[in-house]
Design a protein around this ligand. Structure first.
Ligand SMILES: Cc1cc2nc3c(=O)[nH]c(=O)nc-3n(C[C@H](O)[C@H](O)[C@H](O)COP(=O)(O)OP(=O)(O)OC[C@H]3O[C@@H](n4cnc5c(N)ncnc54)[C@H](O)[C@@H]3O)c2cc1C
Length: 491
């Protein structure tokens, strides 16, 4: 006997609808609500912050424009000493700074109140809670566990979405919708054009499933690094030891000789999608976690390029890659236990709640930010904020990542509003890593501070559009810039 249960059908209205409660989405929702709009924030998972929190990416790069020291070892030094630096000019403020200040207040970020470091370290677990408090304080209606199954479209205008499960079907209609899904899912469903991956072959940068190792005796690990300068380079060794002594954040780089040994013995797991590893160019970083006001030197977060050439917008491919990455995390934990001094009694505490996707769709907007714009520090009349972090494009074949440290000109470029307006679609904005940027420029704009900034700009623009009764493309740019500046963003 089959029993068919009638689904409950509901209709809900809002002014601004934000789909995706991640790094960009939380800032978009707060900004829209603070600027007077009624806001619903739809998130498919059970927490806010996305890759920033559940993905466990625990460094905001960068609220400053970064002029890294040049020289042979600049990359290594940059990810050790530079991350705690307050030297270069801070360019991102407002919601991002307020959030960091709240985290600092409760010992969940490293640094000093009212300013951010070049790579702002934080506790990704407490981040979920602080973001929830900020979003709720702003008056946002948060919907967790909500799958978007359909887009509501009328004459090229996005009018809302359908949220559906086995019990209910809810149509949410909105005056403006903001796509902060990371993959640009809403824009793609609305028929917006997009690009994906490297224009030469369409392949995307590698993915990572962050994992945390507990029970580490890091002093022994650091002693090994100290005693093996040939393996790491003297400049790096000196820097990492100084950072430890000064109680500052630092990064533990790959142990090349141990990896070679592990590879020879079949103990080192090869990333998914490639067939060999080059220990000399491998991207692998481990960092002590900062929790409740202290570095926890027994608790190390690990970030390794694990899955190559995966299309994150393809459910089957992403499933295979996720399963492979968890397998790699377990095997990597075993490798560390067997080969790395200080890890002998360590254990895998957990893998991240969500996989880290570096790139997938880049939505084509009314303007596409280019590598040249970024590297020349270009200014735009419709700039919604300043940005100047490094360009970081991870290699698709497991070779060395492209890391361009210098943004020219004054050290920062504008992100134009038009990069947030998907071309050919109305009543839709996009923020986060999938804004309109070319492959190399996205290596810069995918950083968290830029995601928060573009999120805030879209939320503010959406609220202004609702007030003025215009579609977001027609928002008055000087008014948008004035509003953002009055809310402490540098334009
Ligand atoms: C491994 C890794 C390391 C990185 N390292 C750094 C670093 O050190 N510093 C730095 O600044 N940046 C770093 N980045 C980049 C940065 O973290 C991300 O680009 C950024 O967080 C992405 O933000 P986002 O808002 O676009 O997407 P996300 O933060 O991923 O948010 C997307 C949200 O949308 C939700 N969602 C998706 N689809 C739907 C749907 N249909 N309905 C409802 N909800 C949906 C998701 O669940 C998620 O919560 C790294 C990225 C990776 C992957």
């Amino acid at each position: 006997m089959s029993l068919t249960v009638e689904k409950e059908h509901k209709k809900v209205q809002t002014e601004v609808l934000v789909i995706g409660g991640g790094t960009a989405g939380f800032a978009a929702a707060i900004a829209a609500a603070r600027n007077g709009a009624k806001v619903i924030l739809v998130e498919q998972r059970d927490h806010l912050g996305g890759t920033h929190s559940g993905g466990m990416v625990m460094m905001i790069r960068s609220m400053r424009h970064m002029r890294a020291p040049q020289g042979a070892d600049h990359k290594k030094v940059m990810i050790t000493s530079y991350e705690s630096s307050f030297d270069d000019q801070q360019v991102v403020f407002s919601i991002a700074q307020e959030y960091i200040d709240r985290m600092l207040d409760i010992g969940s970020a490293w640094g000093a109140k009212g300013q951010a470091t070049a790579r702002q370290l934080f506790d990704p677990e407490i981040a979920k809670w602080v973001i929830e408090r900020m979003v709720l304080d702003a008056g946002v209606d948060v919907w967790f566990y909500s799958q978007t199954t359909e887009l509501l479209l009328a004459d090229g205008s996005v009018t809302g979405v359908v949220i559906e499960n086995l019990q209910e079907r809810i149509e949410i209609s909105a005056k403006v919708t903001i796509d902060t899904t990371g993959n640009g899912d809403v824009c793609a469903a609305a028929g917006a054009r997009f690009e994906q991956g490297d224009p030469h072959d369409g392949n995307c940068q590698p993915m990572t499933l962050y994992f945390v190792m507990g029970g580490v005796d890091l002093e022994r690990t650091l002693a090994y690094i100290r005693d093996n300068p040939a393996e790491f380079g003297q400049q790096y060794v000196d820097t990492v030891l100084r950072m430890r002594t000064e109680g500052k954040p630092f990064t533990v780089l790959p142990f090349k000789s141990k990896i070679k040994e592990g590879l020879a013995n079949g103990d080192y797991p090869i990333p998914y999608g490639i067939d060999k590893v080059n220990p000399d160019t491998l991207t692998y970083m481990a960092r002590p976690m900062f929790r409740n006001g202290k570095f926890r030197y027994d608790l190390m977060s690990h970030n390794m390029d694990m899955a190559y050439n995966v299309d994150a917008t393809n459910r089957r491919e992403l499933t295979k890659a996720t399963i492979a990455m968890r397998d790699i995390a377990v095997k990597m934990a075993a490798f560390y236990r067997k080969y790395i001094p200080g890890y002998e009694d360590s254990y895998l505490v957990h893998t991240a709640q969500s996989v880290g996707i570096r790139d997938s769709r880049r939505i084509v907007g009314d303007y596409t930010l280019t590598k040249h714009d970024v590297l020349s520090g270009r200014k735009f009349e419709d700039g919604i904020g300043r940005y100047g972090s490094v360009v970081d494009v991870h290699d698709k074949d497991g070779k060395e990542s492209l890391m361009l440290a210098e943004v020219g000109g004054s050290g920062w470029f504008h992100i134009p509003y038009r990069t947030l307006v998907p071309s050919g679609v109305r009543n839709l904005l996009v923020a986060g890593r999938c804004i309109s940027a070319d492959y190399v420029a996205q290596g810069c704009t995918r950083s968290q501070a830029a995601c928060m900034m573009t999120g805030q700009a879209t939320g503010t623009a959406a609220a202004l559009a609702v007030k003025a009764g215009v579609e977001p493309r027609e928002v008055n740019i000087p008014e948008l810039q004035k509003t953002l500046a009055s809310q402490n963003q540098l334009i």
